[in-house]
Design a protein. Structure first.
Length: 214
């Protein structure tokens, strides 16, 4: 019976990770996974087709970014809880996700108990803020009013920045994000201009200095 259980859809392109999450949630007792998606397109379709309480959404999907999927869903559906799941540290993407309409943000390194608690919190219509995310938000409150340059970037530009700083070439990024080389080159040109940087080496130094890459 799923009548009183929290109904969840998991969107992640790694089948092994989805299986692991399903096992963790099955053990919780009050949560049931009623759908799975391995890309953004399928995630959006499932949210439209099924009555769900929480979407667990990976930030890195093969066809489009999780933040883009989040914004598209929020455009038509303000009620479903959306918990962003990411391999990235909280200080890299958490605030961007929350501003885009996420109900919570959780690193994939978090304990399984954190995932269960996050889903229960989000299912009640509340925001899930981990201790790490709370610290990031607190740091922003106490920071100078002038924004760091990387916060002026769009989500795609920021994603391009972190991938370049991680050592990927433009063609590798294009392949990873399922976009054209021309499009990634455009994002690169824009972010260099916005951040007043000249080339990838300066970009990488900036990213390391500001803890944007591991």
């Amino acid at each position: 019976m799923t009548k009183n259980k929290i109904k969840v859809v998991i969107a992640d392109d790694h089948a092994i990770l989805r299986e692991g999450l399903k096992q963790v949630l099955a053990d919780a007792g009050d949560i049931t996974v009623i759908g799975e998606a391995e890309n953004g397109h399928d995630a959006i379709k499932l949210v439209d087709q099924l009555e769900i309480d929480v979407l667990v959404l990976d930030i890195s999907l093969p066809d489009r970014s999780g933040i883009e999927v989040l914004k598209l869903i929020r455009r038509d559906n303000s009620k479903v809880g959306i918990l962003m799941l990411s391999m990235h540290r909280e200080d890299q993407y958490a605030v961007r996700c929350l501003k885009a309409g996420a109900s919570g943000y959780l690193s994939k390194q978090s304990a399984s108990t954190d995932l269960v608690n996050a889903i229960r919190t989000v299912a009640k219509g509340k925001k899930y803020i981990s201790a790490e995310v709370a610290q990031v938000l607190a740091n922003q409150v106490n920071a100078p009013t002038e924004k760091p340059l990387h916060e002026t970037l769009s989500d795609r530009e920021f994603q391009t920045l972190t991938l370049i700083a991680s050592g990927l070439s433009v063609s590798e990024i294009a392949d990873k994000l399922a976009l054209s080389v021309k499009t990634i080159s455009m994002y690169r040109a824009r972010l260099l201009e916005k951040m007043q940087l000249r080339h990838n080496a300066e970009l990488t130094r900036y990213a390391i200095k500001n803890n944007l890459v591991d």
